[in-house]
Design a protein around this ligand. Structure first.
Ligand SMILES: Cc1cc2nc3c(=O)[nH]c(=O)nc-3n(C[C@H](O)[C@H](O)[C@H](O)COP(=O)(O)OP(=O)(O)OC[C@H]3O[C@@H](n4cnc5c(N)ncnc54)[C@H](O)[C@@H]3O)c2cc1C
Length: 477
């Protein structure tokens, strides 16, 4: 069978065997565990189901499935933690390599090296490292998978202090599309290792990640400062100068989101947009109070919910606004500056956001700077960060297909307003796939794009791994 090089196209007449020797499970439509297995974070993925889910128990299972796919030219989707907003982990009609059962994590407290299998979720990673007073810099919602997050880049509360997840990645073990097991690190397959640090799931199926962890906590100072919407323009206007001198220990997210129904907020504010600053200070707690007070003094908060808490609690506080299984869309990009025009565009779109019970339309601004921006050069990883002062993302979440159009229109409108202010490069994981021109520029320079396509051609020349932010092999033209 010949394969199309168009991304995201399931095979024409796939030949899916029973894989009788698999140590894990093979699930098809109608099987008892099929519906539970295909449930992922993106609720819209449930509209169509894959043809076969190979729930792999180990790397031999992964190799067996990939060998078959390779021999028959069948495109393969890969499920790690299942958080990808595009739902590429469970495409309709596809063959899925499901890694969610591969959950081993080991921590060596002496070397601070952490090894995680691809089914590990961030909450599980934090729990394992926190026992030793350590943390791997990663993302901010505990149900996100380490696998997709790492392969895209990985940003979070620790990025200004310790960099992106890929900046702390020491090695990957990978099964190639033709079923070979390889290692990629600075010494062995270094070009592949470079591509795996930001190029996504384009090159093979990663079966283990090795990270460098850092001492964090056990307690950090974190929480929310909630400001009325009418102070948002003023505070966001002051924030860049404020953060320019803030310590690297301070991670900061600014969110424009519907106000939660908290008793300390006036009832008339509930569900209406507010500005929420989410500081996480991972340094000396004795120094944190002053840092947080300075942030609070940027306006007059309705509520100050910042307090000392264990690191895993701080790194899962956003779980409350990230319920599993909602229909969702995601637009995002990098901003070179938080100009008055950008702030105006963001606030206008926040005010125009649809509002329904059980739904939410939220705009997030992540402050870059510090280690993620200054300690690693742009060409050191496929993950791009050049010129990014802020990362913006607009997240829509709702329940029913009838609302799809309304939330898509909101996402399209905010994208149209903010994209002209955004850089061409971006973070692949915090936006939906925006098409070929976007994929061409998202990793940065033309040279990086060409380099990624060459690595793709070396490791997946037939583009079997195409259910992703696809990098087409250099040989495809
Ligand atoms: C609510 C929410 C919060 C988020 N918060 C953050 C955050 O704080 N920081 C951040 O950086 N990102 C964040 N993200 C984005 C997140 O990094 C991506 O969605 C990421 O793809 C999730 O990885 P996963 O393994 O859970 O997802 P999956 O959907 O399982 O995988 C996504 C894609 O990665 C590839 N893939 C997964 N595993 C493998 C593997 N082992 N080998 C090869 N390819 C693989 C596949 O192409 C797959 O389609 C968030 C997303 C959501 C929805």
């Amino acid at each position: 069978m010949t394969t199309s090089t168009d991304p995201h196209t399931p095979a024409g007449s796939p030949d899916f065997p029973a894989f009788p020797d698999l140590h894990g499970a093979v699930l098809r439509p109608g099987d008892d565990r099929y519906d539970a297995a295909r449930a992922v974070y993106q609720g819209r993925a449930a509209d169509e189901g894959p043809a076969l889910i190979a729930r792999c128990a180990d790397e031999d299972d992964v190799a067996a499935v990939l060998r078959h796919a390779s021999a028959h030219g069948i495109p393969v989707a890969v499920r790690g933690g299942g958080h990808g907003s595009d739902g590429y982990a469970m495409p309709g009609g596809a063959l899925v390599v499901d890694l969610s059962a591969m959950k081993a994590v080991t921590v060596d407290p002496k070397t601070r090296v952490v090894r995680a299998q691809p089914g590990v979720l961030l909450g599980e990673l934090d729990a394992a490292t926190h026992r030793h007073g350590l943390a791997v810099p990663a993302g901010t919602v505990s149900t996100t998978g380490v696998a997709g997050l790492t392969l895209g880049g990985g940003i979070g509360h620790l990025m200004r202090r310790h960099g992106a997840t890929v900046d702390n990645l020491l090695a990957c073990e990978m099964v190639t599309v033709d079923g070979r097991k390889v290692r990629a690190d600075e010494a062995e397959n270094p070009e592949l290792f470079w591509a795996l640090r930001g190029g996504g799931g384009n090159f093979g199926v990663v079966t283990a990640f090795e990270y460098r962890a850092h001492p964090v906590g056990p307690d950090v100072v974190a929480g929310q400062l909630i400001f009325p919407f009418d102070q948002a323009a003023d505070i966001l206007g002051k924030l860049p100068a404020h953060m320019a001198t803030a310590p690297r220990e301070l991670g900061l997210l600014a969110a424009i989101a519907p106000a939660p129904a908290l008793p300390m907020l006036p009832p008339q504010a509930h569900g209406k947009p507010v500005l929420v600053l989410v500081p996480v200070h991972s340094g000396n707690p004795a120094e944190a109070d002053q840092v947080v007070e300075a942030l609070a003094a940027l306006g007059r908060p309705l509520a100050n919910l910042v307090t000392k808490m264990p690191w895993p609690r701080a790194n899962s506080m956003l779980d409350a606004v990230a319920p599993y299984g909602k229909r969702m869309n995601l637009r995002g990009g990098y901003l070179p500056a938080l100009s008055a025009d950008v702030v105006d565009a963001l606030l206008r779109n926040a005010a125009a956001a649809p509002s329904h019970p059980g739904a939410a339309a939220t705009i997030n601004l992540w402050c870059m700077g510090g280690a993620i921006s200054e300690d690693v050069t742009e060409d050191a990883t496929a993950f791009s960060r050049e010129g990014a002062a802020w990362l913006w993302e607009a997240v829509g979440m709702w329940d029913t297909p009838e609302r799809d159009t309304q939330y898509e229109q909101w996402a399209t409108a905010i994208d149209a307003a903010v994209r002209p202010h955004s850089l061409t490069n971006g973070y692949t994981n915090l936006t939906d796939d925006l098409g070929e021109a976007w994929r061409h520029g998202v990793h940065g320079s033309e040279a990086k794009h060409r380099r990624l396509r060459a690595v793709k051609a070396a490791w997946d020349p037939d583009n079997l791994l195409r259910f992703n932010k696809n990098i087409t092999p250099a040989t495809a033209e």
